[in-house]
Design a protein around this ligand. Structure first.
Ligand code: DQA
Length: 144
């Protein structure tokens, strides 16, 4: 399950010098294709609403083996998203297009990182494909 948080629906036109020119639809399509080649199903969902993201995390229990989440600004603020990820106990990877550690200090702290198996940040749209590869490798290694 790939979750995108607030403002990521604007990718392509939102500060392209920072976030790149790829649209969210293009990113989702490349993830679906890449996963398909590996025999894995990917479902993508974007919302600007914290509760909608939390509902998707809850519904993922029993339906998805891993979560990739770019929670946008909620990454830095949302205790509720962190609790949701912790509650479902599905391996999750935090994703950011930008290197949040090289930006404003307020972006350096993540509410989610501690309940994720890893973080990928700073590689633009490639952050998502790197995270997908990491999730697939993690699952392959953790299966008996
Ligand atoms: C972001 C980084 C966040 O700090 C920011 O609020 C975003 C995008 C990224 O992908 O680089 O919305 O998550």
């Amino acid at each position: 399950l790939v979750l995108h948080g607030p403002n990521l629906n604007l990718l392509g036109t939102r500060r392209p010098e920072l976030y790149g020119t790829a649209t969210l639809a293009a990113i989702d399509e490349s993830l679906v294709q890449r996963a398909q080649r590996a025999g894995v199903r990917v479902v993508c969902f974007q919302s600007n609403h914290e509760g909608a993201l939390i509902d998707r995390i809850h519904a993922a229990r029993g339906n998805f083996d891993a979560i990739l989440i770019n929670a946008g600004a909620y990454s830095h603020t949302s205790l509720a998203l962190r609790d949701a990820l912790e509650s479902v106990a599905i391996p999750a990877i935090e994703v950011h297009l930008t290197n949040v550690h090289a930006r404003e200090p307020l972006r350096r702290h993540s509410m989610l990182a501690e309940v994720c198996i890893g973080v990928v940040a700073g590689f633009g749209a490639r952050s998502y494909t790197l995270a997908l590869d990491a999730a697939m490798a993690h699952l392959a290694e953790s299966r008996p």
